[in-house]
Design a protein around this ligand. Sequence first.
Ligand code: PXL
Length: 273
Amino acid sequence: MNKKLLTIQDISCFGQCSLTVALPVISACGIETVILPSAVLSTHTCGFKNYTFRDLTSDISAIEKSWLENDLKFDAFYTGYVCENQIPPILSIMQNCAAPDAVRIVDPVMADAGKLYPGFSDDFPQKMAKLCNGADYLLPNLTEAAFLLGEECRLENYDQNYIENTIRNLHSLGAKNVILTGVSFEPDQIGCAVSDGNSIQYDFNPRLKRCSHGTGDVFASVFAGALMRGKSPLQAAAIAADVVCLSINATPDDHWYGVCFEQVIPQLVELLK
Ligand code: PXL
């Protein structure tokens, strides 16, 4: 049967992130992609000035009601950038609109490089932690992991012990599998750690000079699509990391606000074969 994935995150009209990445990427993976916009912004919030922000929290319950009345159910949920008061209504949709054995993929989008994104209050990470409880796949970067755990953020000079401790603590929030991104033990390599709660496997790629906005959304979207196509979590993470590297390499140096993932959709399709 045709699998349906519901993704819940914002529409940043301009900026190559969130739904403008997730919808094309997951569709290219051959998965029917249903969207629920958490907010509509003129641009994303990092580096643009005077962005508009329409919070769509008050629409969510009515959308859920409509879906329930039409008996619409989803095989997977993938959440990204959501607003302060959306965790309870999102948990309600994930409970009430789930097909049997539906999986929950949670990317706790809220921070990077040691800082919360503009507009999130200091208690947002605690709210986000509630969405992580019950996630089948939790995909934080190192900064988000530290915020979720209420710990000091360490972005360098850490060892494997620190990473594996962090992963154990993330499982304690109630996540079944943890995919921790931005992990680096060597200056010229970066990658992710994939844990099922028993063992941890790593996937590394060469570190590229440029670090770009939107790469987390490309990673999570490819991961979600590849997983739905039957790849293992480690395979899905490795394909996602490859697509991120290809996207960065396809992006001109002066293109600062996102990555040109559109250029590498043919390679994504190949990697899924
Ligand atoms: O790429 C993550 C993201 C998603 N949505 C919005 C953002 C960001 C990161 O800055 O601002 C609105």
